[in-house]
Design a protein around this ligand. Structure first.
Ligand code: PLP
Length: 379
């Protein structure tokens, strides 16, 4: 099977599993325990935190381990908005992941926040002027994702964060899809908080991290024993944190080269699809996009049928976002970029991992042509 659904998830890398193994077996201690087993776990957690902090370019104390991207978004969005005394207004883009959208909606429903949604253009980009206009004196937090999970568009986050700061608002970015492809250092992004998820990066599902700049007040979402400096209670998932750190160590040194390689393969793939498939439409921004995501609409088909046809031919993809799976509704992201609902239902996302090859993509183009041809004969 050729896995072109890496934006949904990636397999755990062998080196990651090997790094985790001791902390699932012999060194199984609880970092809070006052004996040798506990000390060993605490040391491993400290080392993992240091590695992840270096990746974010922040202090170790600024890293909070979470159960993944959803919890990270909940913690950053609710935690910063409720932790800051400034006001009760939040700004987000129109193409945020449900983890952010629903966290903001929670603030609206249960805490009386007002919410402004900033639209995006047909390429999925937030217009900095529209973003600036949405900010108010009582805006506590603005949250705009670094890269979109469905269309791959990369936002001008550094510029947006500077605009938010000029108005006194905090800025969070959901960098789940960007991890392993883009620079996530807080000072480069200018963000106050960045959230990521391990399973997009060769670590297991169920681990993630949020980097929160300095000593910003962060209201916890999980209450309990006060682990993670009171920011996220619950016995720490030591083995998975070690795994996340190992995945970062493996990905970061070669990240720029991997991104350049994937970008070249992606551009070739996009060119081939557009050349060989009549009526195919590339969604997202032509240049400001992740190296790893190429999403198309194939008007006149159904995305789900194309997905099944590709699977029969050995290629796994997604029709829209796996995170919103189980619903027949057209994707809100595709509607937000102005697609007609009927066209949005024809969306198919190809998302590469770091190990993608030109041969894989060649096979995928052939499988796509064959799938579309067989669907056309059915009509
Ligand atoms: N944010 C984005 C942009 C995502 O793509 C996803 C998952 O696909 C998430 C958040 C949620 O992450 P997790 O699956 O780790 O909860």
């Amino acid at each position: 099977m050729i896995h072109l659904d890496a934006a949904a998830t990636t397999p755990v890398r062998r080196e990651v599993l090997e790094a985790m193994w001791p902390y699932l077996t012999g060194e199984f201690g609880n970092p809070s325990s006052h004996h040798a087993l506990g000390d060993a776990a605490a040391r491993a957690l400290r080392a993992a935190r240091a590695t992840v902090a270096e990746w974010f370019g922040c202090r170790a104390a600024d890293v909070v381990f979470t159960s993944g991207g959803t919890e990270g978004a909940n913690l950053a969005v609710k935690g910063l908005a409720l932790g800051s005394p400034r006001g009760r207004h939040v700004v987000l883009s129109a193409i945020e992941h449900p983890a952010v959208v629903e966290s903001v909606d929670h603030l609206r429903r249960l805490h009386g926040f007002e919410v402004t949604v900033v639209p995006v253009d047909s390429a999925g980009l937030v217009d900095p002027a529209a973003f600036a206009a949405a900010l108010r004196d009582d805006t506590t937090l603005a949250t705009v994702m670094l890269a979109n999970n469905e269309i791959g568009t990369v936002q001008p986050v550094t510029e947006l964060a500077a605009i938010a700061h000029a108005r006194g608002a905090l800025f969070h970015t959901d960098a789940v899809q960007a991890a392993g492809w883009l620079d996530l250092r807080l000072d480069r992004l200018g963000a106050d908080a960045v959230s990521i998820s391990g399973h997009k990066l060769g670590a297991p599902k169920g681990i993630g991290a949020v980097a929160v700049r300095g000593r910003l007040p962060l209201e916890p979402v999980l209450h309990g024993g006060g682990q993670e400096r009171g920011r996220r209670s619950g016995t720490e998932n030591v083995a998975f944190a070690v795994g996340l750190a190992r995945a970062v160590e493996l990905a970061e040194p070669g990240r720029v080269a991997a991104a350049a390689r994937a970008t070249a393969l992606r551009d070739e793939f996009v060119g081939e699809v557009l050349r060989r498939v009549d009526g195919a439409v590339l969604t997202g921004h032509p240049d400001a996009r992740l190296p790893s995501i190429a999403s198309f609409c194939f008007p006149g088909t159904a995305g789900e049928a194309v997905l099944l046809g590709l699977e029969e031919r050995g290629v796994t993809v997604s029709s829209g976002s796996a995170c919103a799976a189980g619903s027949d509704e057209p994707s809100p992201v595709l509607l937000a970029i102005g697609l007609d609902p009927a066209v949005a239902r024809t969306a198919v996302r190809f998302a590469f991992g770091h190990d993608v090859t030109a041969a894989d993509l060649g096979t995928a183009v052939q499988a796509l042509e064959a799938t579309l041809a067989s669907l056309a004969t059915l009509r």
